[in-house]
Design a protein around this ligand. Structure first.
Ligand code: ATP
Ligand code: MG
Length: 295
């Protein structure tokens, strides 16, 4: 049996096998076919209560990559920090935000939708007002289902809706999970990556039990991977041991291009389309389409 290592080609019998960083044989994901019809959207939350693991970066770049494959994508900024809105160059003040939609059931969500510079990629922004939502929603009837009701009204116009969650497991995140068909968990390849994941999975299980029986784990995405360090490789190995094929074959490398692209307010797939990280997010888009997580 050949040793499974990054990009190492070894002979196994007569066949030459190339392994990806997750230790599975690397296989190309084909370019997806264009869609003949659009909608209704599959809704996916990007969720991890640990901060700074790549939720927002993944929402931006996966969204842009899927849009590049002709999918109609709506990204929801569900974090009062508004990093997703900023990262896509969309204003967050004096505009209708997701908070307004949560508070007023009669508001038309299309009022809040903004186009980004990326064709096929739209956004509903957020700003610091959203931090008051936790307090306001506490006394609402069916308070966990408010986002689901909002998104139902726009679902027909999109193929996929990506919700960028804040780093907490509070009522906003529970709303996101309740509204979602699937959840993607970005995990940073560092020592404490797995801490807290059990609690996150428990939360998803509770939401499945009580609020949203159909929710699926669409995948775990290893981010900020540095193949040169033993540490990164060991962490990834542990993640694969723990979650098996739930770990996406696509792994996002660590690169300073992401902070640079964020400052420019564009996805890396536009900022540096030939960069390895842009290619990785396009691969992730193809992998999710092949897995059936996205049409
Ligand atoms: N693959 C990567 N390589 C290097 N830096 C990255 C990578 N992915 C994201 N970053 C940077 O790491 C920081 C955190 O990323 P990001 O904002 O996407 O995480 P997050 O999980 O959304 O954080 P928060 O929990 O605060 O919302 C950002 O400065 C981002 O530019
Ligand atoms: Mg974020």
């Amino acid at each position: 049996m050949a040793r499974k290592q990054d990009n190492v080609t070894e002979l196994d019998g007569l066949e030459s096998i190339q392994y990806g960083p997750t230790g599975r044989p690397a296989r190309p994901f084909p370019d997806p076919r264009p869609l003949k019809m659009h909608g209704p959207a599959r809704i996916i939350s990007l969720c991890n209560q640990k901060g700074g693991v790549g939720k927002t970066t993944t929402t931006i770049n996966l969204g842009a990559a899927l849009a590049g494959y002709g999918r109609r994508v709506l990204a929801i900024d569900f974090d009062p920090q508004g990093a997703l809105s900023a990262g896509l160059g969309v204003p967050t003040h004096d505009v209708t935000t997701i908070y307004d939609l949560l508070l007023s059931g009669s508001k038309d969500p299309s009022e809040a939708i903004q186009h980004t510079a990326v064709p096929n990629l739209d956004l509903i922004p957020a700003n610091i007002d959203l931090s008051a939502a936790e307090v306001h929603l506490v006394n609402e009837v069916a308070r966990e289902q408010i986002l689901a009701r909002v998104l139902r009204k726009v679902s027909a116009d999109y193929d996929v809706i990506l919700i960028d969650c804040q780093p907490s497991l509070g009522i906003l995140t529970v709303n996101a999970l309740t509204a979602s068909h699937g959840v993607l968990i970005p995990l940073e390849c560092e020592f404490f990556a797995l801490r807290g994941v059990a609690l996150l999975i428990e939360t998803i299980d509770k939401v499945r039990d009580r609020l949203n029986p159909a929710i699926q784990l669409d995948g775990i995405l290893a981010t900020m991977y540095d193949s040169r360090t033993l540490h990164s490789r060991e962490v990834l190995e542990r993640v694969v041991d723990a979650f098996g094929t739930d770990v996406l074959e696509t792994v996002i490398g660590r690169t300073v291009k992401f902070p640079d692209a964020s400052v420019a307010g564009v996805p890396i797939t536009d900022f540096a389309p030939e960069h390895a990280a842009a290619k990785a997010y396009r691969q992730m888009a193809r992998e999710l389409i092949q897995r059936g997580a996205v049409a």
